[in-house]
Design a protein around this ligand. Structure first.
Ligand code: GLY
Length: 362
């Protein structure tokens, strides 16, 4: 059993396949043997590199594999250069493809290389983390970090295929798995109140990694993302709603130190902060704010200052939020909820109101 979600971007449209024991690369298979470079990280390659290579070779492709160190530090121009060298050495040409086998870092980095090598070659995403399956592998954002901040260099470049094999979730460390769940909760808040209550009622199945259940959840998240990206591929408008919880989330990641909190953990606390602002500014029901907090807590995600493990001052948070690249003219913008399943984006909130919430019950 598997599910297919189509991302409808006309000639750049593609399918997302979600299931078990899937074979990536079917969209590349053709009459001619093409060269394919699999890019993975040092953890994922050990687990799934050989199998992925075998699958692609059995489709008649000429396959090479290369590995970058696991961790966000590899989303760096140094590894872009390393992958260009590897692509040249492997003799990739304009008919070739890069296959990203891994989580968000691998997808973002190798997607950027695919977007720019020979002015763009085909790119397949094989996400192996929850976060990559429901978010980063879908929608075409690729890029790397600069010392000044995350994702400051990149491009919108759609893959030709996304193949999400749920079995890879079984080997994902718990902290990483749970971190990805924050993005799933996000889709419930921004778009689908039914998805939100489905999660509330099935926490044990989710934490127990019940793959039958997760198949439906991952597919629903991909459907929502596909719908948003179809309307606004390059984030000139509504795509910004995917950043719910990220204004504070990015600030916390920066202040606590990248890697101390995983992205999803920071986004979880950021969503609670955004929900509290929403209560004050948009009439978001307090009861729904409490439900969000309870769901995140039940999923073992951080929800506020009691989880920081260190004292964080409002000044640090404010400075980090104003330097976020999604702000305009140094003013942070928030995605705020009106009710579960419905949000508005681009909201400016007075510093007074923000500080009051941060220093109060957050
Ligand atoms: N991760 C947010 C987006 O793809 O727009």
């Amino acid at each position: 059993m598997s599910k297919t979600v189509h991302v409808d971007l006309n000639e750049r449209g593609y399918n997302i396949q979600i299931g078990r024991d899937l074979r990536p690369g079917l969209s590349l298979a053709g009459s001619k043997a093409i060269k394919v470079l699999i890019v993975s990280d040092s953890n994922v390659d050990k687990l799934y590199g050989a199998k992925c290579e075998e699958n692609l070779s059995s489709l008649g492709m000429d396959v090479r594999r290369t590995v970058v160190p696991a961790g966000e530090e590899s989303k760096d121009v140094k590894f872009v250069k390393q992958l260009y060298d590897e692509a040249m050495k492997s003799g990739l040409d304009r008919s070739s493809a890069i296959v990203a086998l891994g989580g968000g870092m691998v997808g973002d980095l190798s997607g950027f290389v695919a977007a720019t090598f020979l002015r763009g070659i085909r790119f397949v995403q094989v996400p192996t983390t929850m976060l990559a399956m429901v978010d980063s592998s879908v929608g075409g954002k690729t890029g790397i970090n600069l010392p000044q901040g995350k994702n400051l260099v990149g491009s919108f470049y759609q893959p030709v295929e996304v193949t999400a094999d749920l079995l890879t979730l079984n080997t994902l460390p718990l902290k990483e798995y749970v971190s990805g769940l924050a993005e799933v909760v996000k889709y419930g808040v921004i778009w689908d109140a039914k998805l939100f209550s489905l999660m509330e009622h099935n926490v044990q199945k989710i934490l127990g990694r019940d793959l039958d259940f997760l198949e439906g959840i991952v597919a629903r998240c991909c459907e929502i993302k596909a719908e948003v990206v179809k309307i606004d591929e390059k984030e000139t408008g509504v795509r910004a709603i995917l950043n719910f919880g990220h204004t504070m989330g990015h600030a916390l990641e920066k202040i606590l130190g990248y890697g101390k909190w995983l992205h999803g953990e920071a986004v979880a606390a950021g969503m609670v902060f955004a929900a509290m602002i929403s209560v004050a500014e948009k009439g978001f029901p307090m009861n729904d704010c409490d439900r969000l907090k309870a769901l995140l807590k039940n999923l073992s995600l951080p929800v506020g200052s009691e989880d920081f493990g260190a004292k964080i001052s409002w000044k640090n948070v404010r400075d980090a939020m104003t330097s976020d690249k999604k702000g305009i003219g140094g003013v942070p913008r928030f995605v705020l909820a009106e009710r579960l399943g419905s949000v508005v984006f681009g909201c400016e909130v007075s510093e007074n109101a923000l500080e009051k919430i941060f220093s109060g019950s957050f």
